[in-house]
Ligand binder design. Structure first.
Ligand code: ADP
Ligand code: MG
Length: 633
C-alpha cells in the first residue's frame, strides 16, 4: 500500500467528508480527463506515423452495473504506464496547484473553489465512491496496470490485463445512507442527463448502451383482439451533441448552458455577467463566443495573468490563449474564436502578421465595447459591479492610450461623484456642470470618505461644483493622460491650478498677500526645506492652511511614483495656502508683529504639519510635532 501525499490526503478528506454538495460533477471530471487523454493520442497520431487510429476509435464510454453498483468511464486515449499512474493519481501536485500546496487551512467553501480551480478533478470520484479502480494501458504497449484505492489510506498499483489501449475508471459507489442515495447514479436517465448537462460539447462521442423497446411484428395467426407486443433491446447511443456551443445560434442556447460551458471551460465558479456571440459570414467567416466574468481572477493584475481567447480552426484548437485577439484593456474577457478561414499550421510568429486575425480582433473589440455600453445604459447595477471588477483595466487603457483611446474607452470610465455620492460617467459629470464651471475637478486620496471631508473638496462642492473622488493609483494618471473631456480640462482640486474663486475673492487674496508680505516671507524661510511657496488662498476652506501643489506633479502622483525608477527626479512643488479669514491667521500676524521668532517658527511648523495630516500625508517628524503640541498646552 502506498500512501497519498499529505496534500492529497487533506483534500480528499475534505471532499469526501465536507458538505460540498455538488457531488454529481464527478462524472464531468472523469469525462473531461477521458477527453484529454483521447486528445493527446489524437494529436500524436497527427505527427507520429507509428500511431494509426481507426476513425471510430476515438470515443468515450459510460456504463453502469446495477447489481455490482459500479459506474465505468472508459476511453480509447493515450493510457498511462504504472509510473504515470503513480505520478498522476498519487498526488495532486500537478496542474498548477502550487497555491493549493502553500495553503494549509481549508474551509468548506474553499473546497468548492479548489475543485474548480486546480486540477484535482479525478479525486472528486471519491465523493461518490468507496473504491476506485483505474485500469490503463498505454498505446503501443503490451503492459497494462491497475491503480486501486478506497480513498482513505492510500492506493495500490499492480500489473493487470486489458485488451485495448486507453483507460477504464471503475467506481464502486458508496453505500446508501439516510441522507444520500447513491443508487440514483445507477440509472440510464440520470447518467444521460448528467452527460448532457456537463459534457455536451466534448468533441468526442460519449457512448452509452441504452435500453429501448420496439414493437414485435404481428404474428400471422393473430386474431382481431391482438394487442401489440413489445421487446426490449439495447443499443449504443451517442449522448452528447458534440457541436461546439459557439457554432449554435444564441436563441437556441439557454443562459444556463452558456454559464455551464463558461464555468467548466474557463475554470470559474461564478456565472459570467455577459455572454457575447458573433457569427460572421462573408469575406471572413468566424464564430466567437465571449464572456465577461462575474468577478476578477485573483491574478488579473499580476504578471502571471495571460490574456487571450482560445483560437480554433474549424473546431480544432490552434492555441489556448491567443493574446493578439484582445487588447490589453479587455484582457479580462474570456472566450473562443473559431474560423474556417484560418489555416491550422499557423504559428505564434505569423499570427501577428495575419490580416484575417487582425480583422477578427478589431471586430471582437468593437463587440465588447458595444456590449459594455449597452450594459452601462440598460443595467447600471450590473455595470457598477463590472466596473468594480474591471474598471482598473479600462482606466489603464485610457492611460496607456494617452488620449488616443478617449473616444473608445472614455465613455466606459466612471468615477465617484462627491456631490451625487455615486459613480458617474464623465458625460454625466459634464452635463451636470453649471455654466460658469470651466474645468472638471477631481481629488485624489485613499478613500471616498476621506476625500469627501477634505476641506478643499467641501469648499468646491459648496460653490456648486462637483468633484470626482479618485481612490485608485491609476486614476490621476488616467485623467492626466486623457488631458481633456469634451474640451474641459481635468484639474486636481489640491493644486494652485484650480480656478473657482470669484474675481472679488482673487483681488482680496492678492491684496492680503501684499499687505502681509513680510509674514509670508518669514514663513517661507522657516519652511524652506518643506515647501516652495507660502501664499494666501483665494478660495478659503474651513481649514487654517492647506497644502497644495503647483505644476504637473501632484502629491499623490509623487507618492505613487516614489516606488518607481524615477523617484529621485520626481518632486511635487509644494505650496502652503493660508486662510486669511481664519482666526489662526490673526495669531500668525500677531506673532510676526511681536518679533518673537521662536513663536512664529512654532506656529508655522504646527500649521504645516496639520496641513500634511488633513491631506492624508505622513508627518515628517512626528516626535517634534508631538513636543510642539505639548509646548502649546
Ligand atoms: P487534471 O485533469 O486537471 O490534470 P485530474 O485530477 O483530473 O487533473 O487528473 C490528474 C491527471 O491524471 C491528469 O492530468 C492526467 O495526466 C491523468 N489522467 C486522469 N485520467 C486520465 C485518463 N482517463 N487517461 C489518461 N490520463 C489520465
Ligand atoms: Mg481533469
Amino acid at each position: 500500500m502506498r500512501k497519498f501525499k499529505t496534500e492529497s490526503k487533506k483534500l480528499l478528506d475534505l471532499m469526501i467528508n465536507s458538505i460540498y454538495t455538488n457531488r454529481e460533477i464527478f462524472l464531468r471530471e472523469l469525462i473531461s480527463n477521458a477527453s484529454d487523454a483521447v486528445d493527446k493520442l489524437y494529436f500524436r497520431s497527427l505527427t507520429d506515423k507509428d500511431v494509426q487510429l481507426g476513425k471510430d476509435e476515438l470515443e468515450i464510454r459510460v456504463a453502469f452495473d446495477k447489481d455490482a453498483r459500479t459506474i465505468t468511464v472508459s476511453d480509447s486515449g493515450s493510457g498511462m504506464t504504472a509510473d504515470e499512474l503513480e505520478k498522476n493519481l498519487g498526488t495532486i501536485a500537478h496542474s498548477g496547484s502550487q497555491e493549493f500546496k502553500d495553503e494549509n487551512d481549508f474551509s468548506e467553501t474553499d473546497a468548492a473553489d479548489i475543485i474548480g480551480q486546480f486540477g484535482v478533478g479525478f479525486y472528486s470520484s471519491f465523493m461518490v465512491s468507496k473504491n476506485v479502480k483505474v485500469i490503463s494501458k498505454p498505446y503501443g504497449s503490451d503492459e497494462a496496470s491497475i491503480w486501486e484505492s478506497n480513498g482513505i489510506d492510500g492506493y495500490t498499483i499492480d500489473a493487470a490485463e486489458k485488451a485495448h489501449h486507453g483507460t477504464d475508471v471503475i467506481l464502486t459507489l458508496k453505500d446508501n445512507t439516510d441522507e444520500e442515495n447513491y443508487d440514483e447514479y445507477l440509472s440510464e436517465w440520470k447518467l444521460r442527463s448528467l452527460i448532457k448537462q456537463y459534457s455536451n460539447y466534448v468533441r468526442y462521442p460519449i457512448r452509452m448502451l441504452v435500453t429501448k423497446s420496439r414493437a414485435l411484428p404481428k404474428p400471422e395467426d393473430a386474431g382481431d383482439d391482438y394487442a401489440t407486443q413489445y421487446e426490449e433491446y439495447t443499443e449504443d447511443e451517442t449522448i452528447n451533441s458534440m457541436i461546439p456551443i459557439w457554432k449554435r445560434k444564441k436563441s437556441e442556447v439557454t443562459d444556463e448552458e452558456y454559464a455551464e460551458f463558461y464555468k467548466s471551460d474557463f475554470h470559474d465558479f461564478t456565472d459570467p455577467v455577459r455572454t457575447i456571440t458573433v457569427h460572421a459570414e462573408g469575406a471572413l467567416s468566424y464564430d466567437a463566443l465571449m464572456f465577461i466574468p462575474g468577478r476578477a481572477p485573483f491574478d488579473l493584475y499580476s504578471r502571471d495573468y495571460e490574456k487571450g481567447l482560445a483560437l480554433y480552426s474549424s473546431g480544432v484548437l490552434i492555441m489556448d490563449k491567443c493574446a493578439d485577439l484582445l487588447p490589453d484593456y479587455y484582457g479580462f474577457v474570456r472566450g473562443v474564436v473559431d474560423s474556417s478561414d484560418l489555416t491550422l499550421n499557423i504559428s505564434r510568429e505569423t499570427l501577428q502578421r495575419n490580416s484575417q486575425l487582425r480583422a477578427i480582433a478589431k471586430r471582437v473589440e468593437k463587440k465588447i465595447t458595444n456590449e459594455l455600453v449597452k450594459m452601462r445604459d440598460n443595467d447600471r447595477e450590473d455595470y457598477e459591479l463590472f466596473f468594480d471588477n474591471f474598471g482598473r483595466s479600462i482606466k489603464f487603457g485610457l492611460y496607456a492610450g494617452y488620449g488616443m483611446k478617449n473616444d473608445d474607452l472614455g465613455p466606459l470610465a466612471m468615477f465617484y461623484s462627491a456631490v451625487q455620492q455615486k459613480y458617474v460617467t464623465l458625460d454625466e459629470y459634464v452635463e451636470a456642470m453649471p455654466e460658469e464651471q470651466k474645468d472638471i475637478f477631481y481629488a485624489v486620496g485613499e478613500s471616498v470618505e476621506r476625500l469627501r471631508n477634505l476641506p478643499i473638496v467641501k469648499t468646491v462642492a459648496r460653490k456648486g461644483f462637483d468633484v470626482l473622488l479618485c481612490t485608485e493609483d491609476v486614476d490621476e494618471f488616467c485623467l492626466q493622460a486623457m488631458h481633456t473631456w469634451k474640451e474641459k480640462e481635468f484639474k486636481n482640486v489640491s493644486t494652485t491650478d484650480i480656478d473657482v474663486a470669484s474675481d472679488d475673492e482673487k483681488k482680496v487674496a492678492e491684496e492680503t498677500g501684499e499687505a502681509n508680505k513680510e509674514l509670508l516671507d518669514a514663513m517661507k524661510a522657516i519652511l524652506a526645506a518643506n515647501v516652495n511657496d507660502v501664499r494666501i488662498a483665494s478660495t478659503p476652506t474651513d481649514a487654517p492652511a492647506t497644502l497644495t501643489t503647483a505644476g504637473p506633479i501632484s502629491l499623490e502622483m509623487e507618492r505613487v511614483l516614489s516606488h518607481g525608477p524615477d523617484a529621485d527626479r520626481i518632486h511635487a512643488e509644494r505650496v502652503l495656502l493660508l486662510n486669511a479669514q481664519h482666526n489662526v491667521f490673526e495669531t500668525l500676524k500677531a506673532a510676526q508683529a511681536s518679533g518673537d521668532q521662536d513663536k512664529l517658527r512654532l506656529y508655522t511648523d504646527l500649521l504645516y504639519n496639520q496641513a500634511l495630516l488633513t491631506c492624508g500625508m505622513p508627518i515628517e517628524d512626528p516626535l517634534t510635532f508631538a513636543e510642539e503640541i505639548c509646548k502649546l498646552m
